[in-house]
Design a protein around this ligand. Structure first.
Ligand SMILES: *Cc1c(COP(=O)(O)O)cnc(C)c1O
Length: 428
């Protein structure tokens, strides 16, 4: 199998395995396909938490994505990639003072506040610096819209401020001098595969924004409608289609934009933009049988791809996977059920269970596809001190190393060996 004309085998030889390979064409297609389909008033912000690699983000940015960040390093990543401050928003439930100050210093477009206590803190910090910082109120909606794999609304959450509390907060426009409360953010959930659900969420959020304005007197510089567009991983699923999303969304966005021409409309997306662009490439080390089942023990595992464990689902469902040494679809008759496991000392280190693959031998390459989102950065890469894998971005038919593989020195460097002779025991 190839990516932009390059054999995965060649990439494995050049960069080693386990390896993440990202295809810039797929990234670009994802962002431009979404932007071309959706109403031009909507701006798509990439959620860097789904894939914080700076070159991955830079590729999406070139296709028109802006940055939604949730940590100091993600903020710096966005800035280093050349994102104008106007196109950065920062959200997350437990922002540190250092992070908030960095937002103020960069002068980012907006901090999304998740509690009134945080709003007070921003008021203080911005006041000390004599600046004004736009903030969007993250609202925890009173209802949940069905159809997302992780619903956010209608539940006690650490995220956002309860809808009822926001609506009862009184005059928020006048209350703060340095925190410029001027917008609403709602995130309803993730892995949404049904355009109708996106439509219902968005309808609710646009209406809620108007209710917040009426109740609190804030300006509406921006409404962030969240996102959570999904991609297919498992049998029976299909990617959400930007065209069907556009069919339900565009009329609402048109109506909203003509009524409020000065308001930015923001959509956030992580998985939909990056998910399909990544392949986790593993090399088979050993092949064995146990009690009648075949095992391919590979050099990579769930410490780089926790999503493949299928947390929260009772029955393990496999991510899509292919034998990369084969060209095209193998014949049905060639396929056998394989357990593909990794180097960790836990039975949970099973990437694929009873996956149908052609016969595997040591040295063969397996690709776990659709792995461009929530891969290494969302996985316990330091378990058993293996560290994180190299990452390669293929662009313009050429492969570029965009993250070094962790080396033993990298993992040992932050540790300190205590010399027992210098440790004093209390009372002695
Ligand atoms: C995680 C997250 C996203 C990205 O979600 P995807 O499902 O990857 O698109 C967007 N917004 C918020 C607030 C998030 O927490």
């Amino acid at each position: 199998m190839k990516v932009q004309g390059i054999e995965y085998r060649e990439l494995a030889e050049q960069f080693g395995t386990p390896l993440y390979v990202y295809d810039a064409e797929v990234l670009t297609e994802a962002i431009t396909g979404l932007r071309d389909a959706l109403h031009p008033a909507i701006e798509v912000f990439f959620s860097l938490k789904s894939n914080p690699n700076i070159s991955v983000y830079h590729t999406l940015k070139a296709g028109g994505a802006r940055a939604e960040v949730s940590s100091l390093v993600e903020l710096r990543t966005a800035v280093l990639a050349g994102t104008p401050a106007h196109d950065i928003i920062f959200l997350g439930p437990g922002k540190s003072e250092r992070e908030l100050v960095a937002c103020l210093e960069e002068g980012i477009y907006a901090i999304v506040v998740e509690s009134f206590a945080e709003l007070d803190r921003i008021e203080e910090l911005a006041g000390e610096r004599g600046v004004r910082q736009r903030v969007l109120l993250r609202v925890n909606p009173a209802v949940a819209v069905q159809g997302s794999r992780l619903t956010m609304g209608g539940k006690p959450r650490q995220f956002g401020i309860d809808e009822a509390e926001v609506l009862a907060a009184g005059d928020l426009a006048a209350k703060y001098r340095h925190a410029d409360v001027a917008g609403v953010h709602v995130y309803m959930g993730t892995r949404i595969l049904d355009a109708e659900v996106v439509g219902k969420n968005t309808r609710y959020i646009l209406d809620l924004a108007e209710r917040v304005v009426n109740a609190t007197g804030i300006r509406l510089d921006a409404v962030d409608i969240g996102g959570g567009l999904g991609v297919a991983y498992f049998d029976g699923e299909e990617d959400i289609d930007p065209k069907s999303v556009a069919e339900v969304l565009n009329p609402m966005l048109e109506e909203f934009a003509s009524h409020r021409p000065g308001t930015r409309l923001i959509m956030e997306s992580g998985r939909f933009l990056a998910g399909r662009a990544g392949v986790y490439v593993l090399g088979v080390r050993y092949v064995k049988e146990s009690m009648g089942e075949r095992f391919a023990v590979a050099d990579g595992g769930t410490h780089h791809h926790m999503a493949a464990v299928g947390i929260g689902s009772f029955v393990k469902r496999n991510f899509p996977a292919v034998a990369l040494d084969h060209d095209g679809e193998p014949d049905e008759g060639e396929l056998e059920p394989w357990n593909v496991t990794g180097p960790l000392c836990t039975p949970n280190d099973t990437l694929l269970k009873h996956a149908l693959l052609p016969q595997l031998r040591p040295g063969d390459l397996i690709g776990v596809t659709r792995s461009g989102a929530y891969g290494p950065s969302a996985s316990p890469g330091n378990f058993l001190s293996h560290g994180f894998p190299a990452e390669v971005l293929v662009t313009g038919g050429r492969a570029h190393l965009v993250r070094d593989r962790d080396q033993p020195e990298d993992l040992l460097r932050p540790q300190h060996l205590l010399d027992p002779t210098t440790v004093t025991t209390p009372g002695k």
